[in-house]
Design a protein around this ligand. Structure first.
Ligand SMILES: C[S@@+](CC[C@H](N)C(=O)[O-])C[C@H]1O[C@@H](n2cnc3c(N)ncnc32)[C@H](O)[C@@H]1O
Length: 253
């Protein structure tokens, strides 16, 4: 519907997605019932399914590939942490939290069949989170001439930041296998390395969606590396991550 740019009948949808109409009808019933799509008013009250159009909602627009579609798909699968493993304290996803830097989840995942989906998922997250940072926290970037994004993946976030705040020169820092797949971005230098070892110097470091992956001890090691990267008097570390309000007082955390 996003590509079609308007409401569609069941048979139009069936051709577009390559799914038989009867099967798709069941899926569309489920999705409209759950508020993801809407049925357009059927003024003729005809029972003919072809007189009925499906249209988008704010939710379906958010679920497209260029927004959070891949994010939801990846969470529906099992590429990383999952609630079942966390609850039992066992399983591969829990092991990754306590892994040593030499045994990192990030190196292991590249041979996994869900790797490509996971890459899309990260780009999707970076885009959505960076938009929010640009819109709601522009002051954090004032006066920064050089910003390094530790674990910046293929550079989506830093690319958006240098465009929004053109006085910033960006460094996208990630593991060599990730940087090898990154495309050139105006105003951004890609640097391959390991944030537990040697890190590039800058006025400020950004850690977006990084700290939650590591144990407290390894987070301290990462923060020490941030300190090493920035000037002692004027340096800044910008952390963008989920915050859990354990008292439950804030509905947005
Ligand atoms: C959860 S992703 C976050 C990506 C991006 N910052 C975002 O917000 O979407 C973590 C990133 O850290 C990178 N990473 C993991 N271990 C690293 C290390 N030791 N040194 C540098 N980057 C690392 C991964 O390759 C991955 O791109």
């Amino acid at each position: 519907m996003e590509i079609h740019d308007g409401p569609m009948t069941l048979s139009q949808l069936s051709v577009a997605v390559g799914c038989p109409a009867d099967t798709l009808h069941r899926i569309m019933r489920f999705l409209t019932h759950n508020g993801i799509f809407k049925k357009e008013l059927n003024l003729s009250k005809s029972q003919d399914p072809e007189s009925l159009y499906y249209s988008q909602t704010a939710l379906s627009r958010l679920l497209t590939r260029d927004k959070i579609g891949f994010f939801v798909l990846a969470l529906a699968g099992n590429p990383g942490l999952n609630a079942k493993d966390l609850k039992s304290g066992k399983g591969s996803s829990v092991k990754s939290i306590n892994a040593s830097p030499e045994d990192i989840f990030w190196d292991m995942i590249k041979d996994d069949p869900v790797y490509k989906l996971f890459q899309e998922f990260l780009a999707c997250h970076a885009k959505t989170a960076t938009m929010a940072v640009i819109n709601y926290c522009p002051k954090a970037f004032e006066g920064i001439r050089c910003l390094v994004d530790f674990g910046g993946h293929e550079g989506m976030a830093i690319g958006m930041l240098v465009k929004a705040f053109p006085w910033i020169r960006g460094i996208n820092f990630d593991l060599p296998n990730v940087i090898a797949g990154a495309s050139p971005i105006d105003g951004v230098e890609h640097v391959a390395g390991n944030m537990f070892e040697s890190v590039p110097k800058a006025d400020a470091v950004m850690l977006m969606w990084i700290l939650h992956d590591w144990s407290d001890d390894l987070c301290i090691d990462i923060l020490k590396k941030c300190k090493e990267a920035i000037p002692a008097d004027t340096g800044k570390v910008i952390i963008v991550d989920a915050v859990i309000d354990e008292e439950g007082g804030d509905e947005y955390t």
